[in-house]
Design a protein around this ligand. Sequence first.
Ligand SMILES: [Zn+2]
Length: 430
Amino acid sequence: MFWDKTNETLKGKKLEALQVRRLKQTIRQSQHVGFYKKRLTQAHVRPEDIKRPDDIQKIPFTRKQDLRDGYPFGFFAVPLKKVVRIHTTSGTTGKPTVVGYTRNDLDTWAELIARNMTMAGVTENDVFQNMVNYGMFTGGLGFHYGAEKIGMTVIPSATGNTKRQIEMIKDFGVTTIHCTPSYAMHLSEVAEEMHTSLDSLKTGIFGAEPWSETMRSSLEERLGVTAFDSYGLSELFGPGVAFECPERDGLHIWHDIYFVEIINPKTGEQLGDGERGELVITPLKKEAMPLLRYRTGDITMKMEDGCLCSRGQKIGRITGRSDDMLVIRGINVFPSQIEHVLLKIPEVGNQFMVYVDKVNHLDEMTVDVEINRDYFSGELADLARIQKKVVQELHDALELRTTVKLVEPGSLPRFEGKAKRVVDRRGDAI
Ligand SMILES: [Zn+2]
């Protein structure tokens, strides 16, 4: 099912021509922003210099810090009276980032959400419960207007009061839900405690935090839904930037609205299909707040063209943040990859620590992980078996030899909030 088949399946020269035209327009629009006017002049880039999509490399990157420095309205390309809505993204430190939308921007955004949800197979016959924050967070209103555009019956339940959420799902015959994967897990646990089954559910849309395939199977089984991954970023409207099709093998990123690059986060060089790096996006149809080559900090890869659903450009699921990336003997490693491997091994727990050292000029990575007593006989031979298994699984996933140390349950540090699981003890740590 398509919402906008022409644009979603655009290919080849036609797509390139549209991207170039919109890229030029975006550069023109960004010249209304002091920051970009200066940047573009310094880099000697004019809209007419863009002849093909690759010419985008002439433009310098935009970083999250640049947006913070522009607080509050420094990145608006239109007068405030043309801005009909403001959202902010929470920053871990200091002021938030402010995002503005014109009426056309809100329309474009709702269109994107409508494309995504239609791609997931939902229609005006579905009842949709939107269980995310409706405040400054873009997930609430973003999905709300997109779902209304399709004509779904929308329940703006927002967050909190899980028992009431479950009652509404039952009483209103909700078929489709949107929330974070961790909230969905909580929902299923509370439903279980209430001895309630949520039979009307068919489709689960989960986003706003990275989640694994293991989590997907678990949610699908517990909630009886088909689970779709949704990726978005408030700086780029909000949710709706990339989304899974029914194949659920990578996320389609709307090639007529977002120009995608993958770069090596250390050098800024563009990477090819299948190579993991930092996602850089240039939105091609944004009025209030145009952005050029925005470094998202999220790690993924471009996938080869050719999805069974016949839509265009896909990216892999997000595996982490570029700030978390480690380079071990030239191989990029993310703590999230290690976590995914450990989650699949019942003999060990979820808590782990990674230590990186330089030994005889070589990078050595040691992973400490807690043993799970339920799967451990207590015999020394069993310990060796488990250790070998973890080393092998890590090697298969990372293509890297690691040292694994099995430790007592409960002996590793627990983290409230963002976990700090990596200790880099190399002298030249980056
Ligand atoms: Zn597809």
